[in-house]
Ligand binder design. Structure first.
Ligand code: CA2
Length: 146
């Protein structure tokens, strides 16, 4: 079984800037966590980061038949992108939305997720652990034995 791990804009800078908000974890740390959690249950992970909305949508379209589910931190596109909402609906595989910071404890514009209605659920504010929770939850829902 394959899962997709998708990172949105600016998350390539994780660990380098804003440690007070996002900690010192890097994208490579997160990719290693998710690969380990999935690997322990016999699943493989394909990771992708882009700063471009259309590239993220193309990636989801291109891999929709290869993957059983998606763990996604859409970054700021979470709060702005109807196109990403529609893409998540269109691919017909479960997507779990993850945020490192607690978006509800931050500026008002981060409180609303436009993609949430199209997602299986949301994990927010649990730092890097949120990705492992999301991965295991997704595998549970996909019927993969723990
Ligand atoms: O908390 C999260 O995971 C967010 O998805 C992160 C997004 C933000 O727009 C969302 O509201 C919440 C921003 C990611 C930016 O990452 C940076 C990393 C290092 C330095 C600057 C930005």
């Amino acid at each position: 079984m394959n899962l997709l791990l998708v990172h949105g804009p600016n998350l390539n800078l994780l660990g380098e800037r804003k440690p007070e908000v996002y900690g010192r974890t890097t994208l490579l740390d997160i990719e290693a966590d998710v690969a380990a959690a999935a690997g322990a249950r016999g699943a493989a992970v394909l990771s992708f980061q882009s700063n471009h909305e259309g590239a993220i949508i193309d990636f989801l379209h291109e891999h929709r038949k290869l993957a059983a589910g998606v763990v996604m931190n859409a970054g700021a596109y979470t709060h702005t992108s109807v196109a990403l909402h529609d893409a998540i609906e269109a691919i017909h595989i479960p997507v779990v939305e993850v945020h490192i910071s607690n978006t509800h404890a931050r500026e008002g514009f981060r409180h609303r997720s436009l993609i949430a209605p199209a997602c299986l659920g949301q994990v927010t504010g649990l730092g890097r652990d949120g990705y492992t929770f999301a991965t295991n939850l997704l595998l549970d829902r996909l019927g993969v034995q723990a």
